[in-house]
Design a protein around this ligand. Sequence first.
Ligand code: PLP
Ligand code: COI
Length: 340
Amino acid sequence: MKQDIDWSKLGFKYHTTDIRYISNYKNGSWDEGQLSTNSNVTINESAGVLQYAQTCFEGLKAYTTKDNKIVCFRPDLNAARMEESCKRLEMPVFNKERFVNAVKEVVKANASWVPPYGYGASLYIRPYMFASGAVIGVKPADEYQFRIFTTPVGPYFQGGAKPIVIRISDFDRAAPNGTGHIKAGLNYAMSLHAIVDAHNQGFAENMYLDSKTRTKVEETGGANFIFVTQDNKVITPKSSSILPSITRRSLLYVAEHYLNLKVEEREIYKEELKDFKECALCGTAAVLSPVGKINDHGKEISFPSGMENMGEITKKLYDTLVGIQLGEIEAPKGWIEVIL
Ligand code: PLP
Ligand code: COI
């Protein structure tokens, strides 16, 4: 039996579901882990996460496919990226196979919360790890907790597939040799002021530039960029300070192997933006959200795809990726993990 929810009206909001996964790290190893009905966390007042933000997270989704299976998309890549985040933050790695199994276990336990096929909704899965042990000197903690909760979600941006307007931010997201390439909570804490300021000024998101030269496009607070050139090439910024988006990597594969388009990952200069045909944000939460305009300090860059619909190539990419996730189009080997 599914939950009694209007699946078509879900936004991107937290909703407490029944079951979460918890494993604790103590005396140098992870315990066997368990499912729990308790949605609250109790930790020491001086826990490393509270004092020095020693925490990282992941995000992926479970879908109901056309033939009524519950699946998730490339969870092995989230496990691998979390390993990178943990290493950079001096946190203990949670075994990748155990990560994938725990994701499957939690989704299975919350099957009634997985939106049915056909509503454009999914079950967002949030794995995360934090330092639960007390510290006071600046050093890594001795104890950690790894948890996974789930929450049913709809579109990240209001209006779903309608093009959004973003601005070029004067705030920086990541330092050249910092933590931009990992999914550390601290990257998001420092983006909160920039996003509130952007929203107050009527923009849906910030486009961050590289903080060293402020000439190259990086990403937004929660998604990577793809652009389409006049000759229909799909391009995406290459930078060591952006998060390696699993959606972006998948879209480039789809562009090349399903749509026969040329793709390129390269440095992209702010000055080139005016020459592109289409622009979109990609990520688990954002899926593929079209950008209609970019505001550069009052000067508007308007993409020819306009403010009503997705651009032609963006739409093809979107339909193919979502079709793969929903079991309507055959997936490349290993992309779809069947849960139930
Ligand atoms: N960039 C940032 C900063 C993000 O937070 C996310 C979300 O996870 C992404 C990009 C997109 O990554 P993915 O496609 O793996 O969800
Ligand atoms: C995701 O897309 O999963 C993210 O983590 C983005 C987040 C900032 C909502």
